[in-house]
Design a protein around this ligand. Structure first.
Ligand code: NAD
Ligand code: DAU
Length: 363
C-alpha cells in the first residue's frame, strides 16, 4: 500500500459493543489515549456494565455512549447509518461461566442472537458502502480460548487450527458466535477478524471472577472459595496487553483470519490465590494470621475445564504482537488498583452482586 493512501483506523469512527464492561472499557481508554478517532460505545448496561470506568472518555470530543441492546436490529441500523463507523469491535457478551451454568438463556440471546443481529446489520451497512470504503471496513469479533475445550497436562496449547469443543453453555454460545462470524466472511465476504483470548485480569474486572473476588475477599478477611482441588490451569493475560493485541489485529490482521491471544502464562488456580494472599498481606498489612488461612476448598464447578493454554505464535510472527506485562508485574498493579479504588468497589458490590454471591456460594 502506498504510504500516502494509508489511513489508520486510529483516525476514523469505530463502534464498540460492550464498551462499559471490563475489557471494553479498558480498550476504549487505551484507544483514546493513542488516537484521535471518534468512538461510539453501544452497551446495554447489564450488571457487568459500568459507566464510571469511562469518565475520562466522556470529556473527549467524538465519544458517544449509546444505551442499547445488540439484539435490537433497528437500533443498530440507525446507529450505523448515523455514525458511519469504519470498524466494529464486538465485545458485548454475557461472560461469566458460572452464571451460564445457572441460567444459559441470556447467553444464547446475547452471545448468539446478538452477534447474529450485529452481523446482519453490519452486512447491510457494508453492502451500501463505496468499494474503497467497503475494502477498509472491519468487523472484529472478540472471543475466547474456551471454545477449544479442555487440555490434558501434556497436550500442546490451543492453536488457531485446534478443533472447537466447547464445554460450558458460555463457551458453546461463544463458539456459535465465532461460527456465525466465519460464515459471514465465507458466504458474504464481510471483512471479519476474530480474536480468541485467554483469561484476562486487571482494573475494572467485576468481582465475580477469580482474581478480583480473591483480592476483595482477602482484603475483607472473608473465605477464599477455591473450586475442587484448585489444580485447574488457566493462561493469564494482563487486560492492557489484550487491548493492545486487539488494536494490532484491527490495524494489521488479515481479513477472514482468527488470531489466538495469550500471555504464555499458565498458572494453577491455587497458586494464583496463594500469591494474591501474600501480596495482600504485604501491600495492605497483616491481619494477624496469614491470609492463606482463608483459603477454603468448595464444591467444583460442573463440567469444570481442567486446563487452558494458548499458542500465540501466529499473532507474534504475523503481526509482531507479544504481551509486555509479566504475571508478577500485572498482578501487583491489579492488587494496587483494587486497594486504591474503594469507591469503585463499593459501587459494584451492592445489591445484585451480594445476591449473586449469596446464591452461588451458599450452595
Ligand atoms: P463483561 O461481562 O465485563 O462485559 C460485557 C459488557 O457487555 C457489559 O458492559 C454489558 O453491559 C454488555 N452487554 C451484555 N449484553 C449486552 C447486550 N445484549 N447488548 C449490549 N451490551 C451488552 O465482559 P468482559 O470480561 O469485558 O468480556 C468482553 C468480551 O471479551 C466478551 O465477548 C468475552 O467473551 C470476551 N473475553 C473475555 C475474557 C475475560 O477473561 N474476561 C477473555 C477472553 C475473551
Ligand atoms: O479463558 C477465557 C475466559 O476466562 C473468558 O472467556 C471468560 O469470559 C472469563 O470469565 C474467564 O473464564 P473462567 O471460567 O476461566 O474465569 P473465572 O474467573 O470464573 O475462573 C477462573 C478459574 O478459577 C476457573 O478454573 C474457576 C476458578 N474459580 C473461580 C471462581 C469465581 C474458583 O476456584 N473459585 C471461584 O470463586
Amino acid at each position: 500500500m502506498l504510504l500516502s493512501s494509508y489511513r489508520s483506523y486510529m483516525e476514523d469512527t469505530i463502534l464498540i459493543t460492550g464498551g462499559a464492561g471490563f475489557i471494553g472499557s479498558n480498550f476504549i481508554l487505551q484507544w483514546l489515549e493513542r488516537s484521535s478517532s471518534a468512538v461510539v460505545n453501544l452497551d446495554k448496561l447489564t450488571y457487568a456494565g459500568n459507566l464510571h470506568n469511562l469518565t475520562p472518555a466522556e470529556k473527549r470530543p467524538g465519544y458517544e455512549f449509546v444505551h442499547g441492546d445488540i439484539t435490537d436490529q433497528e437500533r443498530l441500523r440507525s446507529l450505523l447509518s448515523r455514525r458511519k463507523p469504519r470498524a466494529i469491535v464486538h465485545f458485548a457478551a454475557e461472560s461469566h461461566v458460572d452464571r451460564s451454568i445457572r441460567g444459559p438463556e441470556e447467553f444464547v440471546r446475547t452471545n448468539i442472537n446478538g452477534t447474529f443481529s450485529l452481523l446482519e446489520e453490519a452486512r447491510g451497512y457494508w453492502g451500501g458502502m463505496s468499494s474503497g470504503e467497503a475494502a477498509d471496513f472491519r468487523f472484529l469479533h472478540v472471543s475466547t480460548d474456551e471454545v477449544y475445550g479442555s487440555l490434558g497436562p501434556d497436550d500442546p496449547p490451543f492453536a488457531e487450527t485446534t478443533a472447537y469443543a466447547p464445554n460450558s453453555p458460555y463457551a458453546a454460545s461463544k463458539a456459535a458466535s465465532d461460527h456465525l462470524v466465519r460464515a459471514y466472511h465465507h458466504t458474504y465476504g464481510l471483512p471479519t477478524l476474530t480474536t480468541n483470548c485467554s483469561n484476562n485480569y486487571g482494573r475494572f474486572q467485576f468481582p465475580e471472577k477469580l482474581i478480583p473476588l480473591m483480592i476483595l475477599n482477602a482484603l475483607g478477611g472473608k473465605p477464599l472459595p477455591v473450586y475442587g482441588d484448585g489444580q485447574n490451569v488457566r493462561d493469564w493475560l494482563y487486560v492492557e496487553d489484550h487491548c493492545d493485541a486487539i488494536a494490532t489485529v484491527l490495524e494489521k490482521g488479515r481479513v477472514g483470519q482468527t488470531y489466538n491471544i495469550g500471555g504464555w502464562n499458565e498458572k494453577r488456580n491455587l497458586d494464583i490465590v496463594q500469591s494474591i494472599c501474600d501480596m495482600v498481606d504485604e501491600m495492605a498489612g497483616s491481619r494477624g494470621a496469614p491470609r492463606r488461612d482463608l483459603i477454603s476448598f468448595v464444591k467444583d464447578r460442573p463440567g469444570h475445564d481442567r486446563r487452558y493454554a494458548m499458542d500465540a505464535t501466529k499473532i507474534e510472527h504475523e503481526l509482531g504482537w507479544r504481551p509486555k506485562e509479566t504475571f508478577e508485574t500485572g498482578i501487583r498493579k491489579t492488587v494496587q488498583w483494587y486497594l486504591n479504588n474503594e469507591e469503585w468497589v463499593r459501587n459494584v458490590t451492592s445489591g445484585s452482586y451480594r445476591q449473586w454471591i449469596e446464591t452461588h456460594y451458599s450452595s
